[in-house]
Design a protein around this ligand. Structure first.
Ligand SMILES: Nc1ncnc2c1ncn2[C@@H]1O[C@H](COP(=O)(O)OP(=O)(O)OP(=O)(O)O)[C@@H](O)[C@H]1O
Ligand SMILES: [Mg+2]
Length: 721
């Protein structure tokens, strides 16, 4: 990571400046006399300083005093590991020459003070006091402690969005605030598309045990992104996102026993329903597709794809998900091949050819009839066991597909060429949520071998939705920014909850891999939520074998982890690959990713965040607004309580719940009293090369400016290695 340079100037009032300058000039003059006395050799650099001093003296000689300015150059070096840090420091030293490197334990306060105008006067910080003549004294800084705490932007080790200058151009931007660094309260900003803007991977992995706050955080992002114009599509197996959107749009009406019936009938908000949105605009921009209830064939591979070939390849993938038995797979594949041949023939003859996955059944049936004929003729001749067995295999497939028309999830996939072909090509709204009422996670989500047919149906429906999301999100079509009028690829985002259901099979992994790999150039991000790290690691691995890039998941948020093993693999997702720390150290770090109750650092809503620069810190997510906290409620008991509160019709009436902010501050205040090392909370490392002298008139001036600053800095001779 490159060193960050901060070069700040302090403007000093004329009188103060004169006092400081006179002192500095006097010192130079003293030295000049001493040199003359000792008969020292002429020295160019000293001569330059002397001339500078004379100039300042001349400038200050008249009554018309001028303010002065002092510059302070600071280089900040940070790295993911101690080894990388040592290397980075070495590089900076090599580039900068003789510089002093410090690894300060508590840089927060001086860096914070730096953010405010004026010079701090220790005694006055935290109180409002009057200057000698009444009124506020100019040069001193008077502020309420409450304010600096709010203004701690960028004053301490920090994660999240960053603007980066590359060949004179600013890359990236600073997104919305999502929470605070737990150990020091720094506000963390995050916008999912910043990482793409800075040339990093398109993935955001959200990992952690059940109930840790993954979905709540992602729903927050979903809300802010979709409202800011990012087209968002969500694969929402647990109906969390749908509930979120229903509550924001309809408020407490969602608790009415008749509400879901109208939702199922698709009439919410229409004159046919007694439920009308309190936020009409929000509702109009939201589409909720319930995969458990959609019409037969509504997610058919050919219905949701533009070309026969795209439909065909999805149909093959669905076949692998739906059927585990190789014999069954071959039977369906053969039917699909026959359909492909029929398509070719029709196209060659200039006829149109329309088909659906459900049509495979008729091809399979006719094969079955041929088999029957073979069987009957073989019966007269002798051994028929092979044919009988083959016939049984066919019957199993036929039964599965026939019943499938009445089975949730599977029925959506079984379209037919004879169905009314209104291609579902509505313009994508801000929000599309594919939800799955009645979905229950398999007992062994990570092991498809153990899945039931019901699990497979759900997984296949999810795959179909992913394919659709990919078509919507990765079109790469240029558009016009509605605000600036500039051309560009409109930003999109995909959200996948219960990621393990998707990554358990190769096809699902493949879809997500393409999503993260191409997302970077097509301005499309992927939020991937999973209880375990392994799904995300599998995608990362697959993506990196297909291209040389690494870190497809530029941002990782690890919420509290269920077990030591999980914590260790989440830690691996947070750290860079060239780490070389002892296993004891790894264990100690992994422990921090567990719940507070078992000796970790994380409470509900806390996570370890690794940003695209590999900076890591424990972050407390702040859902900020009462409405959003309530809407994101996933606990069924609390839903009834939270969703009973009205949703204001005007967002300006949304009120803020400062609980998270206050909790973070309280904890920091307590820690500051009991634990001198506030940095403990951070799993990463960040250190500075501080206070490299700027264009200064002399050391005394620097000292003068430093006086009164409460610094506790530990000088470090050199980086190890
Ligand atoms: N930042 C937060 N601050 C306070 N409470 C939170 C926060 N985030 C989540 N919660 C609460 O924690 C509970 C669980 O959250 P959530 O449903 O997001 O967990 P999850 O990680 O998605 O779990 P699962 O893996 O079971 O889906 C909810 O009741 C939610 O209100
Ligand atoms: Mg969840």
């Amino acid at each position: 990571m490159p060193a960050e340079i901060s070069w700040r100037y302090t403007l000093i009032p004329p009188k103060q400046w004169k006092r400081l300058a006179d002192r500095a000039v006097a010192n130079v003059e003293d030295e000049s006399k001493d040199r003359a006395k000792a008969g020292a050799d002429p020295d160019d650099s000293f001569e330059a300083r002397r001339e500078q001093a004379e100039q300042i003296k001349a400038d200050n000689a008249d009554d018309d005093l001028q303010p002065g300015m002092v510059g302070r150059l600071r280089l900040m070096v940070s790295a993911a590991t101690p080894a990388l840090l040592a290397r980075a420091i070495k590089d900076v030293k090599a580039a900068m020459g003789d510089v002093q490197v410090e690894v300060p334990a508590q840089a927060a306060l001086p860096l914070l003070l730096e953010q405010f105008p004026g010079e701090s006067v220790g005694a006055d910080l935290g109180s409002l006091s009057a200057g000698p003549a009444g009124g506020l004294a100019l040069w001193g800084r008077y502020s309420d402690v409450y304010q600096p705490a709010l203004g701690m932007l960028g004053s301490h080790n920090q994660v999240g969005d960053r603007i980066q200058i590359e060949r004179g151009r600013a890359l990236g931007w600073i997104g919305i605030p999502i929470g605070y660094v737990k150990s020091n309260g720094t506000v963390v900003h995050f916008d999912s598309h910043t990482q793409i803007g800075r040339g990093h991977g398109a993935g955001i992995a959200v990992l952690g045990q059940s109930g840790g706050g993954k979905s709540s955080f992602v729903m927050l992002m979903f809300f802010w992104l979709s409202e800011s114009g990012v087209r968002c599509s969500v694969l929402d197996p647990k109906i969390d996102f749908a509930g979120f959107a229903y509550y924001i749009a309809f408020g407490p009406q969602v608790l009415d026993p008749g509400f879901m019936a109208d939702a199922d009938a698709g009439i919410l908000g229409t004159p046919a329903s007694r439920f009308q949105p309190v936020n009409r605009e929000f509702w109009d921009d939201t589409e909720i597709v319930d995969l458990a209830r959609g019409a037969r064939g509504s997610q058919d591979p050919w219905r949701i794809n533009d070309t026969f070939d795209d439909g065909y390849s999805l149909a093959l993938d669905l076949t692998d998900v739906l059927f585990t038995d190789q014999a069954h797979r071959s039977i369906v594949r053969k039917a699909l091949r026959s359909m492909s041949a029929a398509h070719k023939e029709a196209t060659a003859a200039g006829r149109s050819f329309v088909c659906g996955y459900g049509d495979a059944l008729s091809y399979i049936r006719s094969e079955r009839e041929e088999l029957e004929a073979d069987y009957q003729s073989a019966r007269t001749k002798g051994d028929t066991s092979t044919l009988r067995h083959a016939r049984d295999e066919f019957d199993e497939v036929i039964t599965r597909l026939e019943n499938g028309e009445r089975v949730p999830f599977l029925r959506l996939l079984l379209g037919k060429g004879t169905d009314p072909q209104s291609k579902d090509r509505r313009a994508h709204q801000r929000r599309v949520i594919y939800t799955m009422a009645g979905f229950t996670s398999p007992d062994h989500p990570e092991n498809p071998e153990l899945w039931t047919d019901k699990d497979r149906n759900a997984s296949a429906a999810m795959l179909s939705v992913l394919s659709r999301m990919r078509r919507d999100n990765l079109s790469g079509r240029m558009g016009t920014n509605p605000t600036t009028g500039e051309p560009g690829i409109p930003p999109t985002a995909a959200f996948v909850d219960e990621g393990n259901m998707v990554t358990a099979d190769a096809a699902g992994r493949g879809y997500l891999t393409v999503n993260v790999r191409q997302g970077r150039s097509l301005n499309s991000t992927l939020f991937f939520i999973d209880q375990q790290a392994r799904g995300m690691q599998a995608i990362e691995k697959q993506a990196s074998t297909e291209s040389a890039e690494v870190n497809q998941f530029a941002t990782v948020l690890a919420f509290k982890q269920r077990s030591k093993g999980e914590a260790r693999s989440a830690l691996a997702a947070l750290r860079s690959s060239d780490d070389d720390v002892s296993s004891a150290e790894v264990d100690a770090l992994a422990r921090k990713l567990q719940a507070e109750e078992v000796g970790g650092l994380l409470r509900i809503g806390d996570c370890a965040l690794r940003d695209p620069d590999s900076r890591v810190a424990v972050v407390t997510i702040d859902q900020m607004f009462h409405v959003l906290q309530r809407a994101a409620q996933t606990n069924p008991k609390l839903k009834a309580v939270d969703w009973a509160n009205p949703v204001p019709t005007d967002p300006r009436d949304w009120d803020i719940n400062p609980e998270a902010l206050l909790r973070v501050r309280t904890n920091i205040a307590v820690a500051a009293r009991t634990d001198p090392d506030l940095d403990e909370g951070s799993a990463g490392h960040q250190d500075r090369v501080d206070d490299i002298e700027g264009p200064s008139v002399g050391e005394d001036l620097e000292d003068e400016l430093d006086a009164g600053r409460e610094r506790t800095e530990t000088p470090v001779a050199a980086g190890p290695g």
